[in-house]
Design a protein around this ligand. Structure first.
Ligand code: ATP
Length: 444
């Protein structure tokens, strides 16, 4: 492990501990960003006031009127005095002390904050006391109050903020899923209800943890993208969405201890900066057994872990593990002439979780996450049929600006391979390669 100086997207220069794993997608170089993804851009004007700790007025005002959500402003979590310590914090140096002004608003009001509110309330209610305060200080405090209140809100109108840019709309998410995701009635229903319920719960007891399973090309990554886009304007490229790919970020089994440490640090740093962070783990079935258990404490029912609340974060795991079980159920329904839409979650979920738990190549092999019921939903993605491939092809044609030609649609779909061999029901690559096959027919 070594350290380098690097320039982050925000333009600031910082020292980072090089991870043996490449940086996850999005601005993951920000790894343990304890001060928000873009402090220069979104630092409220009252930061200057609050760094002067000899002046309690400012502190009270800034705490009282801090932004509704974290909005990537972290002065409310860590005082400016910690800035000099941030390298050691990033490196997770044992014994490094964080200076806190009390919990962030998302973690609930601490005693100091309540006292501050009470004091300010009393002052506002008692004009004689207010008059007694030195006028310049009062003026500056009021200016701090105004800028602290207005600036962050204005900023978030024009730039992405943690959990603030837009509130999740159930209708918009439903429309996206209905219009874009084909043949996945179970996944649609679970995701809509789970994500919407979670985001609208002001005090979730634990982070939302979804484990998406299914055959290749059935829409697991696609759905993660839809979720991310419905929560953050930048979707997968958002500063608050972090994508890990097992083979890319955790390639060497011999480094598992190091990966565990780095993963914990990464998640802790980013959740400190934004409680509503989203972490997506792709290729879970290629993840070394036990690695994912490193984040178990973050997924559990704790109010705080090491001073950080993870209850508003979201974890999404993607894997092909359990695909055979899902296919068996779908095939049984097909063979008995039943509609696939009649498959219920209870027909699959339990068998799926057991098979994932007992599969050495699932990334969840004997995982305490399953053992302790920390996965909220096992979401099955059904294998896609011929008619779903045609739907994918039509969408692709439209997105390329072509007129829909049903003859080409059928020919592309027929080129795909299906299983089981005799019945040829399900596409063995889902919708994954239909797009490249389409190129053949539009070759000028
Ligand atoms: N059910 C679906 N409905 C609509 N489009 C789909 C569906 N499944 C896949 N697609 C299309 O195929 C592309 C590839 O699918 P995606 O990457 O989501 O598959 P996956 O299930 O994550 O596969 P893998 O397990 O191999 O990672 C998507 O970007 C999307 O355009």
């Amino acid at each position: 492990m070594s350290t380098i100086s690097t320039s982050l997207n925000s333009g600031r220069s910082s020292r980072l501990v090089i991870l043996p794993m490449p940086a996850p997608q999005s601005r993951a170089q920000d790894v343990p960003v304890l001060f928000g993804p873009s402090p220069q851009a979104c630092r409220p004007l009252w930061v200057g006031f609050v760094s002067s700790r000899s002046w309690p007025w400012n502190r009270i005002a800034s705490r009282l009127l801090s932004p509704r959500s974290s909005c990537c402003h972290q002065p409310r979590l860590y005082s400016s005095t910690t800035i000099s310590n941030r390298d050691s914090l990033r490196a997770g140096a044992p014994g490094t002390k964080r200076r806190r002004w009390g919990r962030g608003r998302e973690g609930g009001a601490g005693p100091g904050m309540k006292l501050g509110r009470a004091v300010l309330g009393l002052l506002l209610l008692a004009p004689s006391v207010v008059q007694a305060v030195e006028p310049i200080s009062l003026g500056l405090a009021l200016a701090g109050v105004l800028t602290g209140y207005i600036y962050p809100r204005l900023y978030c109108l024009f730039a992405e903020c943690c959990g603030q840019k837009r509130s999740l709309s159930r209708e918009a998410l439903q429309k996206d899923l209905d219009d874009k995701l084909f043949g996945q009635h179970l996944a649609k229903k679970i995701i809509l209800n789970a994500v919407f319920g979670f985001i609208n719960n002001p005090k979730p007891k634990k982070p939302l943890t979804l484990s998406l399973h299914g055959w290749t090309g059935t829409g697991k990554n696609f759905v993660s993208k839809i979720i991310a886009e419905n929560i953050y304007e930048g979707g997968l490229n958002s500063d608050y969405v972090h994508l890990f790919v097992a083979t890319l970020h955790f390639p060497h089994a011999s480094n598992i201890t190091l990966y565990k440490d780095q993963l914990q640090l990464w998640i802790r740093g980013n959740v400190s900066a934004c409680a509503r962070s989203i972490f997506i783990f792709d290729e879970m079935d290629k993840m070394h057994a036990g690695l994912i258990d490193a984040i178990k404490p973050f997924l559990d029912y704790y109010d705080l872990v090491d001073g950080v609340s993870y209850q508003k974060a979201m974890f999404i795991f993607l894997s092909n593990a359990g695909a055979e079980r899902i296919t068996d159920v779908a095939l049984d329904f097909w063979r008995s002439g039943k509609q696939r839409e009649d498959i219920k979650l209870k027909d699959i979920e339990h068998a799926l979780s057991v098979s994932v738990f007992n599969n050495k190549n699932s990334g969840f092999w004997h995982s305490s996450l399953i053992d302790r019921n920390l996965i909220d939903y096992f979401v099955p993605f059904l294998p896609l049929e011929y008619k779903h491939l045609k739907m994918c092809i039509r969408v692709e044609m439209q997105s390329r600006g072509y007129e829909i030609d049903e003859d080409i649609v059928s020919r592309v779909a027929e080129e795909m391979t299906f299983f089981p061999k005799e019945e040829r029901v399900f596409s063995d690559k889902g919708c994954k390669t239909v797009f490249t096959k389409l190129d053949y027919y539009y070759d000028d």
